[in-house]
Design a protein around this ligand. Structure first.
Ligand SMILES: Cc1cc2nc3c(=O)[nH]c(=O)nc-3n(C[C@H](O)[C@H](O)[C@H](O)COP(=O)(O)OP(=O)(O)OC[C@H]3O[C@@H](n4cnc5c(N)ncnc54)[C@H](O)[C@@H]3O)c2cc1C
Length: 408
């Protein structure tokens, strides 16, 4: 009997590959290291699962930056509309939320994952949980650590969908990088993406403001090559630095700058709806017996953590000069010392280079072995772009297997 197609990794990319293959009548065996599939998908849904992004496809593709050309053909074949249809076919309606983000009704991923698993089982996919893939044995069989014993398995084709290296407690540890490098596959080091950054807060500032959100600001970042990026939103003060949506969106540029120069300086516009001249006009108003903090609050509305940030980063004498103070409010410099570790990041950069893959995501060095999902060398900001590429590459790897086996 012909060996089954083996999918290793039960995240969104692996589950999608398994779906494509099983729906075409192939016997699929899916091996997952953890006692259940889709753990990261479940956690991703805990604060609202952003499945994909509606709106012009060209705008969506821009978010994959230098990997756009590799991902574009795959996402054009399975893009936001297909993802919404796929979710609906699994009994989960979706809706377009603020700024084009697409969510499942109810925002969570539990029902989607439950229905997906049920669909796969009814399509004949055999799940092998708590099986961690360790590489290939001397007979070129896939080799697993399983609860009962170590086991080797033959496969007619393999899809590896092993994820990146963030949140390793959910199953994806990035240990596969060494196994594939050992086979001569070009794998770029995994690095944090969509991550927080370290700032040297004073003890006083941290004790007072840790956990507080800095709302509705614009982050301005100009790198050492003169490229300028702007991002509006809220961020959060953490014990070690800062994190939050605008920081995640800029994280690739900030991380690259820190790697190149040792640190990255962002400028925060604490009052993005006002010009510096408007701020000056208010700051020069007589303050009477009010303290300077009170005057700033009364005249410009900046208070609490925003006022704390001014105190943390502006020299004392600036507070006596309305022009300099207004300039500080519009472009408050904050030095980021380092990116937070990969284990804490939302996602990974780096992974299997597209140079190591053919157009169907099959490894040149290992014919019959395909790769999909976050383990590939691309990165994108949060906003649904991560899952979109994971699902599109999972589907492409499944279709690639069909072609390799001569089924299409
Ligand atoms: C907190 C958080 C929130 C997120 N929110 C969003 C969001 O709203 N929208 C969005 O687009 N993205 C989001 N993401 C990112 C998204 O969840 C991931 O990009 C996506 O899950 C990656 O899919 P994947 O299938 O490539 O890898 P994974 O989901 O990591 O799955 C890989 C699977 O492979 C298994 N595995 C690993 N190694 C082995 C091995 N050796 N043997 C067997 N099995 C193995 C793992 O246990 C895991 O189950 C979020 C991530 C986090 C951490």
């Amino acid at each position: 009997m012909k060996p089954p197609v083996v999918v290793v990794g039960g995240g969104p990319a692996g589950l999608m590959a398994a779906q494509v293959l099983s729906e075409q009548g192939l016997q699929v065996d899916l091996y997952e290291a953890m006692p259940s599939v889709g753990r990261k998908l479940l956690v991703a849904g805990s604060s609202g699962l952003n499945l994909t992004h509606a709106g012009p496809i060209d705008q969506l593709l821009e978010h994959y930056r230098e990997c756009r050309s590799q991902l574009e053909p795959l996402i054009r074949k399975f893009g936001p509309e297909d993802i919404r249809q796929w979710a609906q076919d699994l009994g989960i309606n979706t809706f377009v939320g603020s700024s084009g983000r697409v969510f499942p009704e109810g925002m969570k991923s539990a029902n989607l994952l439950k229905n997906w698993e049920k669909h796969l089982l009814s399509s004949g996919v055999r799940l092998h949980l708590s099986h961690r893939w360790k590489g290939w044995d001397p007979q070129k069989q896939l080799y697993f650590d399983a609860p009962s014993a170590e086991t080797s398995i033959s496969a007619s084709a393999v899809v590896l969908a092993l994820g990146g290296g963030s949140w390793p407690q959910l199953g994806s540890t990035g240990a596969w990088t060494k196994q594939l490098q050992g086979c001569g596959v070009l794998v770029r080091p995994l690095r944090p993406s969509n991550c927080g950054f370290d700032v040297q807060w004073s003890e006083h500032f941290c004790a007072r403001f840790e956990g507080q959100a800095v709302k509705s600001v614009t982050i301005i970042f100009t790198n050492s090559k003169g490229m300028r990026y702007l991002q509006r939103g809220d961020f959060v003060i953490t014990k070690t630095g800062l994190e939050g949506s605008p920081i995640y969106t800029l994280s690739a540029y900030l991380r690259d700058e820190i790697e190149a120069t040792g640190s990255a300086v962002i400028h925060i516009d604490l009052a993005p709806d006002w010009t510096a001249a408007q701020l000056v006009e208010r700051l020069v108003r007589p303050r009477g017996s009010r303290s300077i903090s009170n005057h700033i609050q009364k005249s410009t509305g900046l208070k609490g953590v925003k006022s704390g940030l001014l105190r943390e980063f502006l020299p004392r004498e600036v507070f006596d000069h309305p022009e300099k103070l207004a300039s500080g409010m519009k472009t408050l410099p904050v030095r980021l010392e380092s990116a937070r570790p990969l284990a804490e990041a939302i996602s990974s950069a780096g992974g299997v280079s597209f140079k190591a893959l053919d157009r169907n995501l099959m490894l040149h060095k290992l014919p019959g072995v395909f790769c999909a999902g976050e383990m590939l060398d691309w990165e994108a900001p949060t906003g649904g772009y991560l899952l979109t590429a994971c699902l599109a590459t999972g589907r492409a790897a499944g279709v690639g297997v069909m072609e390799w086996l001569g089924k299409i």
